[in-house]
Design a binder for this molecule. Structure first.
Ligand SMILES: *Cc1c(COP(=O)(O)O)cnc(C)c1O
Length: 461
């Protein structure tokens, strides 16, 4: 069963936690107990396919929602579109430093790993009940394209993605506007990302509308997304010698979903020594670890835009654990964050968090310099997010192998990469025609009634 971090929403099984997303009390769902794998079970994963490891790792979390055969088939369908046989290959940067390439999915960012699976799981759950849903998402780029790729053409689902008109990269835009399936609706909103998010929130808050169109969310607080991300910590660590020797990870972090999955992997029994939070100049998480004070500042645009955040939603899950699962303490902190812009993490909890996580930040110059130097020294071309990770990881190298998560393909952020290296990274061959595919998009005013009317009219019964 899954419980809310704020303690007031009902406990739900895996299926309902997945379909619900945000808990009714504003909290996030977490497992009541994390299943543990023995050292023998972890050792037995060596040499298995990514899909088989995914099945064994996630199976205990899904309870009775899917039968074994059904679950295996959904996992196979999810990762079939990845452009690499290993799905998430590990490459070596230095004697004790490795890069985990999570960007071989259809939209070239790590969000595909979870979103491709979510698409399959949602479709299977809906097929069983004969139900349908409307997914509406707001995006500054990567989440929207990953959601569209995951849900395009699926039965029982319409997917609407709101992005700020003129403010996403050309690759990101084309990934959202070129799918031709009738259930995909790319909406270019006249406004910025905050306007898109505000419109989304208002739609969820309007209960008549939300129930009328069966609104569902797939943003990064969805538990099923966190779960799917646990798998690659385990495949990477096992290939470097776990459970017989420990491994460390550095994670370029924004909404804290990816690194929280690492904490779950450790709790399942994986010997993770250091788990390092890497932030760009928007460093609320690094500052929290250093000062004990979690306080919002304005978002400053960076060359690693997918980490430009000031509200790091999944941090709430780690906080809940650090407070010994005291939902009252979490709810009080979240109220302070909303009303006063921040809070001081309780004394015991901050010590626990420092025990679980190390942290660091990379400036814009350090990020660019890391892209250039890594290319020179290793031949690897990093995206700016992965470069933030590599820069921070280099301050935490030691005898234990370090794995830095590479969260996007360099071709997804060609301007920053070209600026740093003079090289404009080409798209992989399987999507080389992205610039020639016809685009399909509806431009919408920043006006809630118009948006709601458009969604009502477009959904297919
Ligand atoms: C979303 C994203 C991140 C941040 O991941 P979180 O789970 O939000 O911490 C980092 N890099 C890229 C390329 C992303 O798209």
């Amino acid at each position: 069963m899954y419980v809310s971090t704020r303690g007031l929403a009902p406990a739900l099984d895996f299926e309902r936690a997945m379909m619900t997303g945000l808990a009714a009390d504003g909290g996030l769902y977490v497992p009541e107990a994390v299943p543990v794998m023995t050292a023998e079970q972890i050792a037995a994963l060596a040499g298995l396919s990514f899909e088989e490891v995914a099945f064994r790792v996630m199976r205990p979390f899904v309870g009775g929602t899917f039968g074994d055969e059904e679950f295996r088939a959904l996992i196979d369908a999810a990762y079939g579109a990845f452009g690499h046989a290993a799905r998430v290959p590990l490459v070596q940067l230095a004697p004790n430093h490795f890069l985990l390439e999570l960007f071989h999915g259809p939209t070239l960012a790590f969000k595909d790993v979870a979103m491709q699976l979510i698409g399959q799981l949602f479709q299977a759950a809906l097929a069983r009940t004969g139900g349908r849903i409307t997914i509406v998402g707001a995006t500054s780029g990567d989440t929207g394209s990953a959601a569209i790729e995951a849900f395009r053409g699926l039965r029982g689902v319409d997917v609407f993605i709101l992005y700020p008109h003129g403010r996403v990269s050309e690759v990101q835009r084309r990934q959202m506007t070129t799918p031709q399936e009738a259930n995909v609706h790319a909406l270019a909103l006249d406004g910025d990302f905050d306007d898109c998010q505000a419109a989304l929130k208002a739609m969820f808050a309007d209960r008549d509308f939300a129930e009328g169109v069966q609104l569902a969310g797939v943003n990064s607080i969805n538990w099923a997304r966190v779960l799917a991300q646990v798998v690659y910590y385990i495949t990477a660590a096992v290939s470097l010698g776990a459970p017989h020797r420990p491994v460390s990870f550095t994670v370029p972090t924004g909404n804290f979903g990816d690194i929280y999955a690492g904490l779950i992997a450790r709790r399942m029994g994986l010997p993770i020594e250091k788990l390092v939070i890497a932030t760009n100049r928007n460093d609320i998480l690094h500052r929290t670890m250093v000062t004990g004070e979690h306080r919002k500042e304005g978002v400053v645009p960076s060359i690693s835009p997918s980490m430009d955040i000031q509200v790091s939603s999944n941090f709430e899950r780690a906080l809940f654990d650090a407070y010994g699962r005291d939902a009252h303490a979490v709810a009080a902190d979240m109220a302070s964050l909303r009303e006063d812009g921040g809070f001081a993490v309780g004394q015991g909890a901050i010590e626990t968090l420092r025990d679980w996580f190390a942290s660091g930040r990379a400036s814009e110059q350090e990020t660019s310099a890391t892209i250039a130097r890594t290319l020179r020294e290793t031949g690897e071309l990093l995206c700016p997010h992965s470069a933030v990770g590599v820069h921070v990881a280099e301050q935490h190298l030691g005898p234990t192998p370090m794995v830095t998560l590479a969260t996007a393909h360099p071709a997804k952020f060609p301007d920053a990469v070209e600026e740093a290296t003079g090289i404009r990274p080409p798209l992989p061959p399987r999507m080389a025609d992205l610039y020639d595919r016809p685009e399909r998009v509806t431009q919408v005013p920043n006006d809630l009634p118009t948006l709601k009317a458009l969604i009502r009219e477009r959904i297919r019964p």
